[in-house]
Design a protein around this ligand. Structure first.
Ligand code: ADP
Ligand code: MG
Length: 248
């Protein structure tokens, strides 16, 4: 990563470069107990990038995702996402900020008593999209994730791979600028894992900035994307077209 043009002295205001969509500047996060989950992390992601975040369990990956969602605030340091200063942002502005984000988790988090269509439509109802538009948008996004024929199914009638595709459709239906995925293939077999990753790649090719936390070594090594490796709360490597770094 080039540091050219970036002046960040201790105590001075941090800098966000023109094309930067996510900026973490010397971010630390300590919970009430234990060692800090993040310890002086600086990370700069440009609009349109696809980035894998890898690292051992407990290395701070989910904490970073929660900070980017403004679910947590840092103990120190600065975070800027799409021009929003996430340290200074007012509470009433957080929902508007979050509309720019799509989020996918390992455990799908679907509404169990609602069918596929309703699970996806729900995300649109929250932001008050009209029924007419919902009827257009939901089938379209379900087709994108390969679930056009399953719109009436309840989550328990679907395989894990299908459930994750519903979760992905729900994350995408509001056309987010950034998609954050925290171990999206953690509960999936290799075939479904590949299908989800290929969908994430396709979404990125259509312009969405994508951050994927994963343990899937084979996929990371073959996709040749930027790879940020975390260890004990710090970034230990950040490589363009990187691979999974072996532990020893
Ligand atoms: P990862 O996602 O890489 O597995 P996490 O960000 O979940 O790592 O956790 C980083 C560290 O912070 C771990 O040591 C974890 O135990 C700790 N941690 C995470 N969440 C909490 C919490 N709510 N309270 C206290 N400690 C936490
Ligand atoms: Mg985690």
């Amino acid at each position: 990563m080039t540091e050219k043009g970036r002046k960040r002295k201790r105590g001075k205001k941090y800098t966000v470069l023109e094309n930067e969509i996510i900026t973490l500047d010397n971010v630390s996060k300590a919970y009430a107990t234990g060692a800090p989950a993040l310890n002086g992390v600086s990370l700069h992601i440009n609009r349109g990038e696809f980035v894998f975040i890898v690292g051992d369990s407990g290395s701070g990956k989910s904490t970073m995702i929660k900070l980017l969602l403004r679910e947590l605030t840092p103990t120190s340091g600065n975070i800027n996402v799409m021009g929003y200063d996430l340290v200074k942002i007012k509470h009433r502005k957080i929902p508007k900020f979050r509309r720019n984000l799509g989020i996918v988790f390992q455990d799908f988090r679907l509404l169990k008593d609602r069918n596929v269509y309703e699970n996806v439509a729900f995300a649109q109802r929250i932001i008050q999209v009209s029924n007419k538009e919902i009827k257009r948008n939901v089938p379209s996004i379900l087709a994108t994730v390969g679930l056009a024929g399953k719109y009436k199914a309840k989550p328990k009638q679907l395989s894990g791979g299908e459930q994750q595709r519903v979760a992905l459709a729900r994350a995408l239906v509001n056309k987010p600028t950034i998609l954050l995925a925290d171990e999206p293939t953690g509960n999936l077999d290799p075939k479904n894992s590949w299908e989800i990753m290929k969908l994430l790649e396709q979404i990125n090719e259509n312009g969405t900035t994508v951050l994927v936390v994963t343990h899937n070594r084979e996929i990371v090594n073959s996709m040749q994307k930027r790879v940020v490796t975390m260890k004990k709360g710090v970034i230990v490597s950040d490589e363009e077209k990187g691979g999974y770094i072996d532990e020893d």
